[in-house]
Design a protein around this ligand. Structure first.
Ligand code: HEC
Ligand code: HEC
Length: 304
């Protein structure tokens, strides 16, 4: 079962004013006024050429939407790429592949070097999929890159296109609140993601992705930052109703989700949560890793 995003919603989102982009620092080129640019439209699926290249596009698409089943050795949680990059990597404000591909190679603070597009995808395998990334020259990586390249047909190179990334949702003046976040969660999210963030399975396969626990993204993933999760949530959730939460609700529910345990950060330094916090989390947006909430240390990890 693959929930479809109604076309009308996509159109509505396309015309929305894009807020500044929340990407870490991946863009060496900032173009003023880019928010006002008309929405880029990736090619339709029917335009995939009927040749060897088109075959590769289809393979990359299949890996992107069915990652867990097709790449069990690389994915160690319950997610597919398309769970966080909605509408098969096409949706504006859902870190679409057409917004990403033309921006690489790019410097990333996260690993302090210039990353190729393949290295950027490897990052999502390591953290968002809690897995082991395929080699940069593997057929799977080529297929994923070909799919992203094809979606970017006629996009400019090295220019941030409107709709890239997850637009930043400013931190509310009053901060965030777990209790309110829990309420938003129960009223607007639990019906799909489960009372305990565990998602939903049909015949052993996830049809609704988990938000915390052993099958979720790990403590090194971009989504573990409350600010990044708030951005994703505000522009993409509840599914089919993007933009319906206030900034405050998005932050509150993002904090509620990210105060729950998930697989350990694979960069764990000498088995120490505190050393890992200092090295990787102290300057990484707003996050709870290595902090105490209600007397309980967050970031102990689960499963894996
Ligand atoms: C749990 C959610 C999640 C999953 C699953 C996920 N990603 Fe991501 N991805 C993100 C987030 C969040 C970012 C933005 C990272 C940041 O701000 O640090 C991102 C960024 C990216 C980017 C760079 C976007 C840009 O504009 O620079 C690419 C490319 C990408 N992901 C590809 C993938 C692929 C391919 C997969 C599957 C192998 C995948 N992602 C799985 C959450 C996810
Ligand atoms: C109607 C069902 C539905 C509702 C309601 C819903 N979601 Fe989702 N959510 C989904 C589906 C389905 C996906 C994966 C999208 C895809 O694969 O196209 C998803 C993806 C996500 C993800 C990224 C993937 C992951 O597992 O980490 C997060 C985070 C998330 N939702 C949070 C929320 C929050 C917070 C709410 C409530 C404000 C919410 N969702 C409400 C169905 C829903």
């Amino acid at each position: 079962m693959k929930p479809m995003i109604p076309t009308l919603l996509l159109l509505a989102m396309g015309s929305a004013q894009a807020a500044p982009i929340a990407m870490e620092d991946q863009s060496q080129l900032k173009v003023p006024g880019v928010q006002a640019a008309p929405q880029f439209a990736p090619p339709a699926e029917s335009a995939i050429p009927d040749n060897a290249f088109g075959k590769m596009v289809r393979e990359g698409h299949a890996l992107f939407v069915d990652t867990r089943r097709l790449m069990p050795e690389a994915v160690k949680n319950g997610l597919n790429c398309s769970n966080c990059h909605l509408d098969q990597g096409r949706m504006a404000h859902s870190a679409p592949l057409w917004g990403a591909y033309p921006m690489y190679p790019a410097y990333r603070k996260k690993n302090d070097k210039v990353n190729t597009f393949a290295e950027r995808i490897q990052g999502c395998f390591t953290f968002s999929m809690n897995g082991k990334p395929p080699a940069a020259d593997s057929p799977q990586m080529t297929a994923l890159s070909v799919y992203a390249y094809w979606l970017s047909t006629q996009a400019p190179t090295g220019v941030e296109i409107a709709g890239r990334g997850y637009p930043e949702v400013p931190k509310p003046a009053a901060g965030y609140d777990f209790k309110r976040g829990q309420q938003v969660y129960q009223q607007q999210c639990a019906i799909c993601h489960g009372d305990n963030g565990e998602g939903q399975k049909v015949a052993g396969e996830y049809v609704m992705p988990p938000l915390w626990g052993k099958d979720s993204y790990n403590w090194g993933a971009g989504m573990h930052r409350i600010n990044t999760a708030a951005s994703f949530i505000k522009y993409n959730m509840p599914l089919g109703k993007p933009g319906s939460l206030s900034d405050q609700q998005a932050w509150d529910v993002a904090a509620w989700i990210n105060r729950h345990e998930r697989p350990q950060d694979p960069r764990l330094v000498e088995g120490s949560i505190e050393k890992t916090r200092l090295k990787f989390h102290a300057n990484d947006g707003v996050n709870l890793y290595g902090q105490k909430v209600d007397g309980v240390l967050i970031g102990q990890g689960i499963g894996g």
